[in-house]
Every structure is written in C-alpha cells, then in structure tokens.
Design a binder for this molecule. Structure first.
Ligand code: SAM
Ligand code: SF4
Length: 341
C-alpha cells in the first residue's frame, strides 16, 4: 500500500494518453487548440505500460485513462487490454467526451474496460455546439447509448457547471430516474490562463473567470428547490454503500425512486485535499502530484534512460513530495487538455 508523507493512501493513477482532441471545449482549450506536442515527446504505449507496472508495484491499483480525448489515440483498445491484464490493476476507467463511443464501445468493453465517465455539460444542442466549438450533441448522446449497450457500469456523466451558461441542472437530474446514470456536477475551474497561479485568473474561455464557478452548495440548493417544485421529491444524501463505486471526492444524492444518483464535486469550494488519493501522468510524461501544482517530475527521462527501479524510485519521490493541499492556488500553466482533468 502506498502512502504519502501526510499518511494519505495513494492508489489511483490518472494517465493522459494524448494531448489531442476532436473537440475544443472553451474552458479546456483555446480556439486554435493548444500546440500539440511532437510525437517523440508523447509517451509510447509501451512506456506508459512500463510506468503503470512500476506504479502498481508501488501500490497503485486503479487507473483512469484521459486526455485530450483518449479515444482519438490509435491503438487505445489494445492498450486498455494490456493494462487490464496486468496483475495488480483492479479496474481501468475512461474519461471521454463519448463522441467516438458509438463505434468503439463494444471493442472497449471486450478489452476489459468497465467504467466510463462521459463529459456532457448541456442538453441543448446549440449550447453544446458553442461550448465544444462545433461538437454535435447527438454524437455525445449516441455515445451514452452505446455505453449502455456495451454494458459499462458505472456510467457517470460529468457536468461542469458554469454560471454564465445557466445550464438546466434539473434536466440532467431527470436523467437519473429511469436508468442507473450517475450525474456529477463539477465546479468550473478557471485554470490554464495567462494569470497562472493567481486566483483571479481567466481561462481565456470567452472571459470566463472564477465568478463563473458555481459552488456546489448552490448547485444542491437549486436542485432541491427546482426538484421539489417539479414534484420530484426531496433530494436525499446517499451513504457510501449506496453510491456508485467511486475513486474520487464526489458526494452523492438521489431523488426518491431514482435508479441513478447525483454527485457533486467541489474542487474549489470544499477542498478535498485531505482525501486526495491520486497521481497524474501527462501525455508527455510528466508526473504531477497535484492538479493545481506545476511542480512536475520528468518521467520520460527516467523511462527512456533508467531502470525499472529508477521508475519506482521516481514514483516514491512523487509520493514523498506530494503537497498537503493546493493552498488556494487554482491557476496552472498547462491547459486542462494537457493535464487530463
Ligand atoms: N476529453 C475527455 C473528456 O472531455 O471527458 C477527457 C479529458 S477532459 C480534460 C477531462 C475532464 O476535465 C472533463 O470532464 C472536462 O469537462 C473537465 N474539464 C476540462 N476543463 C475544465 C475546467 N476548466 N474546469 C472543470 N473541469 C474541466
Ligand atoms: Fe477535448 Fe475533453 Fe478538453 Fe473538451 S474537455 S476539449 S472533449 S479534452
């Protein structure tokens, strides 16, 4: 079992397999996209698998693949199969915009993928097109259906809540009634802007700022009021046992009789650093100990020049220097697509 210097159990590794994406969400990338890293700087699947094996040796048992959009990377299905076959890995999860799931969900499930988080911020086709800069809502919804057909469990929908978008939160909540869909509302994080490191930073997302972050207490209050007015009953807290098995800091709720749940994730309003259980590996091989910290360790150099023991030593070093909290620092030099969320 791996613990860091603050006694936190670290068993979860998020791996970004690419910095590329087929969408350009305004809060994640600038309109022209970020400058893609040269192919030679991106870790090969073989290097990622070697890193994962070392991480498992140091106590990691859960892996989430993210990006950029992980499904745009050629060979991802076989990569998942090989990770799944690695002894010591309990489960592989995927965070995706779902647009490629209609053609890939079946083979992903056959490769051993079980858990999917689908990012979907609005159910309005026009707003979806504008937030993703050209994406089609129908593609993402078809991806959600494909996820059900493939039998993934749990299926979660991540909704980044942005004040100026004024999203129909109740519309998402209603999706939890008939099927075991777990909708998680996430506070918008103004990261990756020019003012990296400053709490007033913008993400160049059409001028979105920290003012656009809607605290999860307000989200819950809205759901309760609107839910009661719509006759959906009272939103009730769900015990850990009743929540969809999660690896992260979501708190779960449910409307009476609903098949799925509603989760809230509060990176800004309620720091969950004390429960942090993760490390992050970027597509260009930088090991990050905290989403909000730009102190990165160069895993590429160690993977390309060092022994397996050197890779393990790097991971132990990351655990030793993992900060206790992010100290209200919410700016990062990298864009979200370059970290993996
Ligand atoms: N392309 C995949 C997707 O969209 O699910 C995986 C990568 S994306 C960077 C991972 C997650 O980060 C998504 O759920 C996305 O909504 C979230 N994200 C990106 N930028 C964000 C921001 N500024 N604040 C909060 N969440 C953000
Ligand atoms: Fe792409 Fe995901 Fe970022 Fe949207 S949030 S631009 S889908 S990486």
């Amino acid at each position: 079992m791996a613990t860091d210097s603050f006694g936190r159990r670290i068993d979860y590794l998020r791996i970004s397999v690419t910095d590329r994406c087929n969408l350009r969400c305004v809060y994640c990338m600038p309109p022209e996209g970020v400058e893609w890293k040269p192919q030679a700087d991106i870790l090969t699947f073989e290097e990622i698998e070697r890193f994962a094996a070392s991480a498992v040796h140091e106590g990691i048992s859960k892996i989430r693949l993210t990006g950029g959009e992980p499904l745009v990377r050629k060979g991802i299905v076989d990569h998942i199969r090989r990770l799944r076959e690695m002894t010591g890995i309990e489960a592989i999860a995927l965070t995706t915009n779902a647009t490629l799931l209609p053609r890939m969900a079946g083979e992903l499930a056959a490769a051993g993928l079980t858990r999917v988080n689908i990012s979907l911020d609005t159910l309005d086709p026009d707003v979806y097109a504008s937030v993703t800069r050209g994406g089609k809502l129908a593609d993402a919804l078809a991806g959600l259906e494909a996820a059900f057909e493939a039998g993934f469990d749990p299926i979660k929908i991540n909704v980044v809540v942005v004040r100026r978008l004024d999203q129909d939160l109740l519309g998402f909540a209603k999706m939890t009634f008939d099927r075991p869909i777990h909708v998680r509302f996430i506070e918008y994080m103004p990261v990756g802007g020019d003012d990296a490191g400053g709490s007033g930073c913008t993400s160049e997302a059409g001028g979105w700022t920290v003012e656009d972050t809607v605290p999860t207490d307000e989200i819950l209050q809205r759901l309760m009021t609107e839910g009661a007015a719509a006759g959906l009953g009272t939103l009730e807290a769900v015990s850990v046992d009743g929540a969809p098995g999660g690896w992260g800091p979501a708190r779960y709720y449910r409307f009476p009789g609903a098949a799925g749940t509603i989760g809230v994730i509060s990176p800004l309003s309620h720091h969950f650093c004390a429960e942090c259980n993760r490390l992050r590996l970027t597509a260009d091989g930088r090991l990050r100990t905290c989403l909000f910290s730009d102190d990165e360790l160069d895993a590429t150099a160690v993977l390309r020049e060092g022994s397996d023991e050197d890779v393990r030593a790097l991971i132990r070093h990351a655990l030793a220097i993992k900060p206790e909290n992010h100290d209200m620092r919410i700016g990062t030099l990298r864009r979200m697509s370059q970290i993996g969320g």
